[in-house]
Design a protein around this ligand. Structure first.
Ligand code: 5RP
Length: 300
């Protein structure tokens, strides 16, 4: 039984130390005025340094059993400790990811096209709001294809998803996809896509890095930008170099898939990338760490 006796009286203003204003623990671009739940979910994905390393394993949603992702649960087992978020569809989440894992989930909720179909851009929203809540996701992700035959439909998908998620405090990550047109990775195109995504309400945007004017892509986008990987780079050093450069130019982190789990030393890649992202290691320092941590005896 609750004891009503001996309750001490609350202290008055004069007896209390000066009240500090609640301050935000970490910098998240465009997120200072978000409602509590929305901010809290975003915050689960971004560390105190304002940076993040996401691990995407959603590739199967349009390309089937991708090389090194045939058994997603096994691919990620040793990588998850280094990931700040896992980008995954509900099917792989339910079948391959332990719900007791602490890694926050970014649920891929667009799809319904395939590499053998007519047009990769013809996506729809694949997952209900109830499902997003049931799976306790930290965010959801959807692709937009600016400039494609399905520009309008994919932008409508984004706007509709934001409309649905806003009331439940679920952040939407927009993925500026280019389909098979990798040549579209210019600052001009990427700036356009990122800005449109943010204007439609995305709370975070995933886009490609480009060598020229990447700072303009980031500065034109009022929400955080994370870098996707694209096709596998020739060397690990090349990966560290573009990630380092992108971070210097304002990106807050990465969402790298194939350059991590298709590498013969994926754990060493995750560790080294973590150092670039969270410890400001230079590409050369990261490469040294990579060399130290890769398993002895395994070929490069
Ligand atoms: C697929 C995606 C992937 O998450 C994204 O492309 C990152 O993976 P990778 O580094 O392998 O390109 O959105 O549509």
């Amino acid at each position: 039984m609750a004891d009503a006796e001996g309750i001490l009286e609350a202290r008055g203003e004069g007896e209390l130390p000066p009240e500090g204003r609640p301050t935000r623990k970490k910098p998240i671009k465009g997120a200072d005025t978000l409602d509590w739940g929305m901010r809290n979910r975003l915050s689960q994905l971004i560390r105190d340094d304002g940076r993040c390393q996401f691990l995407p394993i959603d590739h199967g949603y349009f390309q089937g059993p991708t090389h090194c992702l045939e058994r997603p649960g096994e691919t990620i087992r040793d990588l998850l400790p280094y990931a700040d978020g896992l980008f995954v569809t509900r099917g792989v989440l339910r079948t391959c990811v332990d719900p007791d894992e602490g890694t926050p989930i970014i649920l891929r909720v667009s799809g319904a096209t395939s590499v053998v179909g007519k047009d990769l851009a013809n996506e729809v929203i694949t997952t209900s709001l109830e499902e997003m809540v049931r799976l306790n996701v930290a965010a959801v992700g959807l692709s937009i294809f600016v400039g494609s035959a399905y520009e309008k439909e994919t932008l409508q998908n984004l706007a509709e998803l934001v409309n649905r998620c806003e009331g439940y405090g679920i952040p939407v990550m927009a993925v500026t996809a280019v389909g098979k047109e990798l040549s579209q990775r210019t600052a001009r195109y990427l700036s356009l896509s990122c800005r449109i995504a943010a204007e439609l309400g995305a709370k975070i945007v995933k886009t490609y890095y480009c060598e020229e004017d990447f700072d303009k892509v980031v500065s034109g986008c009022p929400v955080p930008v994370v870098m996707a990987g694209g096709p596998k780079c020739e060397t690990a050093l090349e990966v560290f170099q573009f990630v380092y450069d992108g971070l210097q130019k304002g990106a807050i982190g990465v969402n790298l898939g194939r350059n991590v789990w298709q590498h013969p030393h994926p754990v060493a890649m995750m560790k080294a990338l973590n150092a670039v992202i969270h410890v400001d290691a230079t590409p050369e320092e990261a490469f040294e760490l990579f060399e130290e941590s890769r398993q002895p005896g395994k070929a490069e």
